[in-house]
Design a protein around this ligand. Structure first.
Ligand code: ATP
Length: 199
């Protein structure tokens, strides 16, 4: 499985539909300062569910929508598509090609799509769990991340190793189950209280 294409439309410095084809072996993006290289990795993180405007180098989420220039009006929405080649079926889904989309409108409305069908971020996160792809994955090594990995923080290093070992999915499910179990125990307690009041 590998990222084949990033299609950007109205995101940050890309007002026009821009298709970035990625070679399966090696692709380098070069350009002068401020030309939008980092905006491409921001676009990737955004689709993968980044919720922090600060991480995307803005102050509010709306800042990811093309803000206009002297010669061009601002746009009303941003859309980014990530197209993955899934011919090795590494993603547990029947499709050979998987397209993940995120859209955000200036009105605040937003949506995620999986192969053009509306979905929830939770579904996307689950699909990519254990692949190393995601906002916390090791597929994006940003500035400072190398230090995180080789540095002294054993917790950070452990997270990366857990993702690579493929146990994050199970850890997340376990946490969810524990939450549900606690809620159920609380409900049972409440029911028992009511029963003893009636008796
Ligand atoms: P460097 O090599 O200096 O790191 P870079 O090529 O990575 O630069 P980016 O940081 O990706 O460049 O792009 C910065 C540019 O994106 C700036 O010119 C900024 O004005 C523009 N930009 C960011 N957000 C928006 C937006 N919402 N609308 C229009 N342009 C934007």
């Amino acid at each position: 499985m590998y990222l084949k294409e990033i299609i950007i439309n109205g995101f940050k410095s890309f007002p026009e539909k821009t298709v970035i084809k990625i070679n399966s072996e090696f692709t380098a993006v070069v350009g002068p300062n401020g030309s939008g290289k980092s905006n491409i990795s921001d676009a990737f993180k955004w689709v993968m569910g980044e919720q922090s405007a600060k991480t995307l180098r803005g102050t509010k989420m709306e800042d990811v929508i093309f803000a206009g220039t002297e010669r061009r009006k601002p746009l009303g929405y941003a859309e980014v598509n990530l197209v993955f080649d899934n011919s090795d079926k590494r993603l547990p889904i029947e499709y050979q090609e998987v397209c993940v989309t995120r859209r955000l409108f200036r009105t605040g409305e937003s949506e995620y799509l999986l192969n053009k069908t509306s979905t929830r971020l939770k579904e996307i996160r689950e699909l990519f769990m254990n692949t190393g792809i995601g906002i916390d994955g090791y597929s994006i090594i940003g500035q400072g991340r190398v230090e995180d990995i080789v540095g002294t923080k054993s917790e950070t290093r452990r997270k990366v190793i857990e993702e690579a070992a493929g146990i994050v999915k199970f850890k997340t499910r376990k946490e969810e189950s524990i939450r549900k179990l606690l809620k159920t125990e609380e409900n049972i307690e409440r029911v028992n209280d009511i029963i003893s009041e009636i008796e």
